[in-house]
Design a protein around this ligand. Structure first.
Ligand code: TRP
Length: 329
């Protein structure tokens, strides 16, 4: 069975955009691949977070992913910093990666622009750490968003170069598995294109029913349909996208007809969306609360995940040391 590995950037709580994008595709993959997921807390050090934030975020993320359906029996989930084997491979990969190519990575250039006082070496070598995350398991596929394209290129370059230097087909070149391609794109509630944390237009999986209803009712609209069968402006199309995501095809058709004969009332449409979203989010939220209260279970999941990942990584590292010419004990 093909191996799949992906990292989760610890950036706050999951919203519906994450849920219908990355998370659902992770959950689908655990049945068809030998999957492993990890919380990329080392990568988060590039921005110098406070220790208390690091500790809290790993449990928070674990609780949310488990609540969404990641089953650690099928797909072990671990915390990156628990698997120190990664660092050894990171060092080896850094020796074969050149300053020029790392400096050309757009995410590096962007981050350097955003934090000019903190252009640290970790930021520069972000792609080689990411390569070590995946290559240590000799994984074949990496579910990622489009924004990771260049990091994935670097990862394949690391694999290829290692293989070339030592004249051995050791690392597979991991392929991108774009969940954006098949995933539903969840729009923002403010009429803007996409639901995203930085856009501040999100419904979070931890939002209570009242908050969800309030957010949906405040969604941007216009003066209503003016002519029969007209094309919907983006803000309204976005609401229909929510219907598509959250409601039944019959409900979608009902509101579509109302739009087409100009009898649609946005209040009714929003109420429908709000209730359907509540029905999706509420059971997940309850599970998040249950898991969050069970820190012993969360720690056990992380520990077992780490044991599994360390086993997998140390098998690779043993071979790597041999190939490079180091002693193995
Ligand atoms: N860079 C990824 C992101 O920003 C997170 C990540 C770290 C990752 N290591 C990885 C993703 C390895 C896939 C594989 O989302």
């Amino acid at each position: 069975m093909e191996k799949v590995v992906s990292g989760i950037r610890p950036t706050g709580n999951l919203h519906l955009g994450n849920y219908f994008g990355a998370v659902k595709s992770f959950v689908a993959m655990q049945d068809n691949y030998q999957s492993m997921f990890f919380i990329a807390d080392w990568h988060s050090l590039t921005t110098h977070p406070k220790p208390e934030n690091i500790q809290n975020s790993a449990r928070t993320i674990l609780a949310e992913y488990l609540a969404c359906g990641i089953d650690p029996q099928k797909a072990p989930i671990y915390v990156q910093s628990d698997v120190k084997e990664t660092l050894e491979l990171y060092l080896y990969l850094n020796m074969n990666t050149y300053l020029g190519e790392l400096e050309r990575v757009t995410t590096f250039k962007e981050k350097a622009r955003k934090q000019p006082d903190n252009v640290n070496a970790g930021l520069l070598t972000y792609p080689t750490l990411m390569a070590a995350d995946v290559l240590q398991h000799r994984a074949h596929k990496v579910p990622v968003g489009k924004d990771q394209e260049q990091n994935m290129e670097m990862m394949r370059k690391c694999a290829r170069r290692f293989n070339n230097i030592y004249g051995i087909e050791f690392f597979p070149e991991p392929q991108n598995f774009y969940f954006n391609a098949t995933a539903l794109k969840v729009p923002g509630l403010d009429g803007s294109g996409k639901m995203g944390k930085s856009e501040g237009n999100c419904i979070y999986l931890r939002d209570d029913d009242k908050t969800i209803r309030k957010k949906v009712m405040k969604a941007v609209t216009d003066n209503g349909p003016q002519e029969p069968n007209s094309k919907r402006p983006e803000v309204i199309e976005n609401l229909f996208t929510f219907l598509k995501i959250a409601s039944t095809p019959e409900t979608y058709q009902y509101f579509d007809e109302k739009w087409n004969d100009c009898t649609l009332r946005y209040g009714d449409l929003k109420k429908q969306i709000a209730e359907d979203l509540v029905n999706i989010v509420a059971p997940i939220r309850e599970k998040i609360e249950d898991y969050s209260a069970n820190t012993a279970l969360l720690d056990k999941v992380a520990k077992e995940g780490a044991d599994y990942a360390r086993q997998s990584a140390s098998e690779t590292l043993k071979e790597v040391r041999k190939i490079i010419g180091f002693r193995i004990y």
